[in-house]
Design a binder for this molecule. Structure first.
Ligand code: NAD
Length: 255
């Protein structure tokens, strides 16, 4: 049995992870940490306010779905205490990921950070990267629920980075007059990203690519937070045997 602790256990994703871990036949939920929530998590585990509860409970793997500042601290705590980390919290920049890679190289613990644990989203990013060299224009529209704190989404940022790494050959933006500030979205590595926040939605993204006389749309929709759970459980199972820091789920999947 893998002994699992969850940071952010009272949140939307964290509570779903607690249920998924409790239902997994090869895992045991031993600690649930969330300073912003009181009560009990599934499996009758009391919600604790402090990270050291994970150590006291003998957690081997910590899953983090919190907010960026908390995830930063929790990752450092995991590295220092030899607890493997599986992190879904979004917003980490490239430089910070490089620093974390060094931190986990020195630690006895490993870490997997993925901006999206849904298999369909992993494939969407891969297909977008494959398509990038064949098109001159590309824009990303990401759509999320209306409680999401960060924009653009970690998935959109990662998609843009991967597409930019796959192709440098993008047409210039023709816009010379912007009437409404932000109408052309924000850009990451030169690729425009538009963030929609909409009540009723969960997590959605459409990548639009265009060239002479044709466009390609690659779309993924997570309708429910259960879509992320197989990816999270896979990472929990594999993290002990995946040295250092791994970013994204791709390395754990056989394509
Ligand atoms: P949420 O606001 O519902 O939950 C976050 C929880 O973290 C809250 O309950 C809060 O009290 C708790 N928290 C804050 N600081 C903490 C700390 N120091 N220790 C422990 N808990 C702490 O948010 P959410 O919708 O569950 O999303 C959480 C994160 O997961 C966001 O960054 C979101 O973008 C990301 N996300 C990632 C994926 C993915 O597949 N990687 C999917 C969905 C959401």
């Amino acid at each position: 049995m893998i002994r699992v602790g969850v940071f952010g256990a009272g949140g939307r994703m964290g509570s779903t992870v607690c249920r998924a871990v409790t239902e997994a036949p090869d895992m045991e939920l031993v600690a649930a940490v969330d300073p912003g929530a009181a009560g009990t998590a599934p499996g009758d585990v009391a919600l604790a306010a402090e990270a050291h509860q994970l150590e006291a409970a003998g957690a081997e793997v910590a899953v983090d779905f919190t907010v960026l500042d908390a995830a930063r601290e929790n990752l450092r705590w995991c590295a220092e205490h030899g607890v493997h980390a599986v992190v879904g919290t979004t917003g980490f920049g490239e430089r910070e990921l490089a620093e974390l890679a060094e931190l986990f190289e020195r630690s006895s613990a490993n870490a997997i950070i993925a901006p999206n644990f849904a298999i369909g989203a992993v494939l969407m990013m891969r297909f977008s990267e494959m398509a990038a060299p064949f098109f001159e224009t590309a824009e990303i529209i990401e759509l999320h629920h209306d409680h999401k704190a960060d924009a653009p989404s970690g998935t959109a940022a990662r998609t843009a980075q991967r597409m930019a790494a796959a192709s440098k050959d993008w047409a210039d933006d023709p816009t010379t007059t912007v009437i409404a500030e932000g109408a052309r979205g924000g850009t990451i590595e030169g690729i425009p990203i538009h963030s929609v926040r909409m009540r009723g939605m969960v997590a959605h993204q459409e990548v639009l690519l265009g060239t002479e006389g044709q466009t390609l749309s690659i779309r993924h929709d997570s309708y429910d937070r259960s879509s992320f759970m197989p990816g999270v459980l896979l990472a929990v199972r594999k993290v002990a045997d995946t040295p250092g820091l791994t970013v994204g789920l791709d390395a754990l999947l056989r394509f």
